[in-house]
Design a protein. Structure first.
Length: 200
């Protein structure tokens, strides 16, 4: 069992069943570690160390979704949370994939999948490199505009809170925000709010 745990630690905390079998580990031992909650089954064939402290200051839930779904991009409320643009703590991980993609069956953590057309999926993706893998997330400006695009489903109050927090923070870029507002087709909605907040 200790050898399996060491294997995970040496491989960034994640491993596939294929990799574990190739390393000579038996499936029943892997199942035993899952049962004992030493490792988590993320999706069929993918496992992760359960100990969050192993991943240091990285948000392991967001990283896990990106490892489980190669085309997944952390979006909407989860991206707001990651960018410190909301006080709301989502119970699910929100992520986007292309509308043409087939979603993976992710067992853990709880997720909510959004299907974006190419126009909305491709712009604004940031890739944060970590020693545990790549974290793909929409940048602050794209995330805010996506929130306004989904304001009727997710709540306009969250979108407005994020916009206010962003505009009052160091490093805000109204020009960049307007570019993404055009892409997300929310410029007519967001511009009066920007003017109102900046004028205060």
């Amino acid at each position: 069992m200790e050898e399996i745990i060491k294997y995970f630690e040496d491989h960034g905390g994640f491993a596939t069943m294929k990799e574990l079998k190739s390393a000579g580990f038996h499936t029943r031992n892997i199942a035993g570690l899952v049962e004992d909650r030493i490792i988590d089954k993320i999706k069929p064939g993918l496992y992760r160390i359960s100990d969050y402290s192993f991943f240091e200051d990285i948000n392991v839930s967001y990283l896990t979704v990106c490892r489980a779904e190669p085309k997944g991009v952390i979006c909407l409320i989860s991206a707001l949370d990651c960018h410190n643009l909301t006080t709301f703590n989502p119970s699910e991980i929100y992520y986007a994939i292309p509308i043409t993609a087939k979603p993976k069956t992710i067992s853990y953590p709880p997720v909510k999948t959004y299907y974006f057309t190419k126009r909305f999926y491709e712009p604004g993706i940031e890739i944060i490199k970590t020693k545990f893998g790549d974290l793909r997330i929409y940048n602050k400006e794209k995330t805010i505009c996506d929130m306004f695009r989904f304001r009727n489903k997710l709540g306009e109050d969250l979108a407005i809170e994020a916009l206010q927090t962003y505009l009052r923070s160091k490093g805000s870029n109204i020009g960049k925000l307007v570019i993404y507002a055009k892409i997300c087709q929310v410029k007519t909605v967001i511009m009066p709010m920007i003017k109102g907040i900046v004028a205060v």
